[in-house]
Design a protein around this ligand. Structure first.
Ligand SMILES: Cc1cc2nc3c(=O)[nH]c(=O)nc-3n(C[C@H](O)[C@H](O)[C@H](O)COP(=O)(O)OP(=O)(O)OC[C@H]3O[C@@H](n4cnc5c(N)ncnc54)[C@H](O)[C@@H]3O)c2cc1C
Length: 498
């Protein structure tokens, strides 16, 4: 059921078995897992059913590192969370993403893909995706009447992505939660801080406020933070009455290792000089097996290891290039690419290639509290997104490999600004709106904030849901992976609370 918290008495106390803070992808996925159980579950959501300026303003903060999207633009603060914005691209992490890569400091997850796989499969219907199959790309292509690109499989490979409609969690699951007997979603409920016992090892409650009042508190046996990759650390840092550095922050790691994909859009423009290959399997999603799929390109694991790269992916788009007239004269002359094609006016003459790249986990890339205050008087966030020369070299090499492949395949010629100015990031570079790493998972409190079960070290009843627990982020989009982790966390909590 839904409860409008603005109608509660000031000072009211709500009691529950489980309290989930935030009703975005994670909060709603977890709430659905408990629907129909014998547990009394309370979900605290900052917003209502619609976007509201004042509520959204609580997300304001400052980017103090590399300029990137304003903090109140790259996430949404109402029921359904940022799934009100998301584009629906889905692919699970690869086994490789969980391993320690000795050329990437701080890499390696405490869990392996096998522990997540059953949950990844269960995310498919939740996200409006078809059959769980990411391995049968060639069969899917053939079934749909396409071919995959004839790539040198030692360098680049094609892999499958699924396309969600995209599922807006706030719309798709509203009725089920409305009908729930044991899950209560409290709307307009901003959690200002978590309170603890004296040693900050046990959460005693959540302090909650509506924008125009009242204030109330929630007492529960277990708590889950599901407020997104920026707000999870903010709430932990704001909860500092018993632990001055913030809950779970005895090693100063809450908010550190902030990680987001590095996007270069476009990374390359390819002018097609021969026809006969249908790129639509790459440029458009296609209906099959109860869902929609399309193909992307990524580096072969072998190449990534050999050249000590981070992971990257290329999406193809069938649009006119943005580089204008310059394109005719400055095509990269790579690997015997055929003659420069005439500039065509027809759609389909060009393929634009967008790159998303995994950064290195970096303790100097962080989020922290600033001295500015939001409308509750709570300290806002400062986000320092940084990129390093090593990442620039990585991006340069990735784009070069892609250009070489287009040369090899003989489809046309590639133009990439970054290849001409390798010492500079191109203008079309930004971050991915995938907020990760700020409460990273580890087997040790010296190197992480949560353990393999997403429990905050040293706090016996606080768990974190979402991409803030990712220690590394691979090349893929986060949501299906973070929802899978949430379903796994729900199972863990069910067992603990049984
Ligand atoms: C434009 C855009 C496109 C994207 N496209 C993709 C894509 O194609 N594929 C992909 O995998 N991912 C994509 N993403 C990312 C995706 O939206 C997120 O990974 C996902 O929504 C994260 O889920 P979450 O539950 O952790 O956080 P959110 O969905 O952001 O939910 C957090 C919830 O917590 C609530 N909340 C916050 N603070 C408080 C508080 N103090 N008290 C109470 N409630 C609070 C918020 O109101 C919100 O409802 C995209 C994101 C953007 C912005």
């Amino acid at each position: 059921m839904f409860i409008d918290a603005r109608n509660l008495e000031n000072g009211h106390t709500v009691e529950a078995d489980l309290c989930i803070v935030g009703a975005g992808a994670v909060g709603i996925a977890m709430a659905l897992e408990f629907d129909g159980s014998n547990k009394n579950v309370v979900v605290l959501e900052s917003g209502g059913f619609e976007f509201d300026d004042r509520t959204q303003s609580l997300y304001q903060g400052d980017n103090v590192g590399r300029p990137t999207y304003p903090l109140e633009h790259n996430r949404l603060r109402y029921f359904g969370g940022t799934t009100g914005h998301w584009a629906g691209h889905c692919r699970p992490f690869d086994a490789f993403d969980f391993s320690v890569r000795d050329w990437i400091p701080h890499s390696g997850w405490p869990i392996k893909i096998e522990e997540l796989e059953p949950y990844l499969e269960r995310t498919q219907p939740l996200l409006g995706l078809g059959k769980y199959d990411y391995d049968s790309l060639d069969q899917y292509a053939a079934q749909l009447g396409f071919k995959t690109l004839p790539l040198d499989s030692g360098r680049l490979i094609s892999v499958m992505k699924h396309q969600s409609p995209p599922t807006r969690f706030g719309t798709a699951y509203r009725q089920q939660l409305q009908d729930s007997k044991n899950v209560s979603v409290y709307l307009y409920s901003n959690v200002l801080e978590l309170t603890t016992n004296e040693s900050a090892s046990h959460i005693t409650g959540a302090e909650v406020a509506c924008i125009d009042g009242p204030k109330y508190q929630v007492k529960a046996k277990e708590f889950v933070l599901a407020t997104g990759g920026l707000e999870n650390p903010r709430l932990m840092l704001l909860s500092n009455k018993s632990a001055p550095a913030g809950i779970g922050n005895s090693h100063g790691l809450v908010g550190r290792f902030y990680t987001d994909h590095i996007l270069i859009r476009p990374a390359l423009d390819v002018s097609l000089s021969r026809t006969g290959f249908n790129f639509r399997f790459y440029t458009n999603p296609h209906k099959i097996n109860g869902g929609q799929v399309f193909a992307i390109m990524t580096a072969a694991e072998e190449l990534t290891r050999k050249e000590k790269l981070t992971r990257f992916r290329f999406h193809l788009y069938n649009v006119r290039p943005q580089f204008g007239a310059a394109i005719g004269g400055v095509f990269s002359d790579l690997d015997g690419a055929p003659e420069v094609a005439p500039l065509g006016k027809e759609p389909g003459t060009y393929i634009q290639v967008h790159m998303a790249m995994e950064p290195m986990p970096n303790p100097d890339t962080f989020v922290r509290l600033s001295d500015k205050r939001d409308l509750f008087g709570q300290r806002k966030l400062e986000v320092s997104w940084q990129v390093t020369d090593r990442e620039r070299a990585n991006a340069h090499r990735a784009i070069e490999i892609c250009a070489l492949e287009f040369g090899h395949m003989g489809f046309g010629r590639a133009f990439a600004p970054m290849l001409h100015k390798p010492d500079e990031w191109p203008a079309a570079f930004t971050s991915g709106k995938h907020h990760c790493g700020t409460t990273r998972m580890s087997d040790s409190p010296q190197t992480g904030v949560v353990d393999r079960n997403c429990k905050v070290f040293d706090v016996d009843n606080l768990y974190i849901g979402g991409s803030s627990v990712f220690p590394t982020i691979g090349h893929t989009n986060p949501t299906m992976n973070l929802v899978a982790l949430s379903l796994r966390l729900a199972d863990h909590l069910k067992e603990k609370m049984a």
